[in-house]
Design a protein around this ligand. Structure first.
Ligand code: FAD
Length: 271
């Protein structure tokens, strides 16, 4: 009898699906099961890119691409040589999803609908015989002769285990108990809220070119700033929050100061 191996993937998000499909395409002699705690898979992909799913970015030079990653850019170099924007485009086009590149380099399905991507991934998984179990919350993982994955008090044994659960404390604790080291997570990609919002009266205004610098640090970004009723947002802030994430996490800081912003506001007559 054929000795088939079993791979369990924890998490039915973009990472879990891409891993399952890539492996199933490369290796037929393996049973793949995705365990997803929610009622549906690919929930985040559905809401991504404002419901359009920004699939990838038209940056074809891997050395340039890694510069967009605040941490781990050296480590990402080798994986990106193996799978980058071009491979992402080929992957979807080979599955009859047509993509378009917008002026700013963002790449979306031509349908402008994230469900095109969700359905593509779900259909591929079905075609490849990948089993998906919904409402299957993994509580604990142990290693005996094989991996033993406890979900809803059912034990599933697997030869291979792939964790694609996004940010999830239960899984991190389980991995710690297996002697893995987890680097403490910190928030990233957040907007800046202030208690006394000096700019409240300007909320809704977007300033196309600003330079924002974090005091007592080397973190500085340029780009579009959006003033909101609670503080500051827009690409320049999101980028700064990502690049300075560990700094903010360590300092528990929400202090920032503006360089050029005040002058710009005055120049535009918003004072
Ligand atoms: C509003 C928004 C817009 C975005 N837009 C874009 C975009 O346009 N383009 C882009 O590239 N990225 C975008 N992103 C980021 C992108 O959505 C994420 O990077 C990506 O979805 C992460 O995929 P993942 O599979 O790693 O994690 P997730 O999508 O978080 O998937 C993890 C899955 O694991 C499941 N899970 C967790 N714990 C357990 C457990 N114990 N047992 C079983 N299952 C478990 C979760 O329910 C979840 O379904 C956006 C994110 C947000 C929030």
């Amino acid at each position: 009898m054929e000795n088939r191996k079993k791979l369990v993937i924890v998490g039915g998000g973009a990472a879990g699906f891409m891993a399952a499909i890539t492996l199933a395409e490369a290796q037929q002699n393996i049973d793949i099961i995705i365990l997803e705690q929610g009622n549906e898979v690919l929930g985040k992909v559905r809401i991504s890119g404002g419901g359009r799913c920004n699939v990838t970015h038209a940056c074809y030079d891997v050395k340039e691409l890694v510069k967009f990653y605040p941490r781990g850019n050296k480590e990402l170099l080798s994986p990106f040589f193996q799978f980058n924007c071009e491979h992402t485009i080929d992957f979807f086009e080979s599955k009859n999803v047509t993509l378009k590149t917008e002026d700013d380099g963002r790449i979306f399905p031509t349908t402008d609908d994230s469900m095109t991507i969700v359905n593509c991934l779900k259909n591929e998984a079905t075609k490849l015989g990948i089993k998906i179990i919904l409402q299957a919350k993994v509580m604990q993982i142990s290693i005996e002769e094989k991996f033993e994955i406890n979900y809803n008090n059912t034990i599933l044994k697997a030869d291979y285990l792939l964790i694609a659960s996004g940010s999830n404390n239960t899984i991190w604790n389980s991995l710690k108990s297996l002697k893995h080291t987890i680097i403490e997570p910190v928030p990233s990609l957040f907007t800046f809220n202030t208690k006394n919002n000096l700019f409240r009266d300007l909320s809704g205004i977007s300033i196309p070119s600003t330079k924002i610098k974090i005091k007592e640090s080397a973190f500085e970004t340029n780009g579009i700033l959006l003033i909101t009723h609670t503080g500051l947002s827009g690409p320049v802030i999101l980028k700064l929050s990502a690049f300075g994430a560990r700094f903010f996490g360590r300092k528990k800081l929400s202090v920032f100061y503006f360089n050029k912003l005040d002058k710009r506001i005055k120049r535009q007559g918003h004072n």
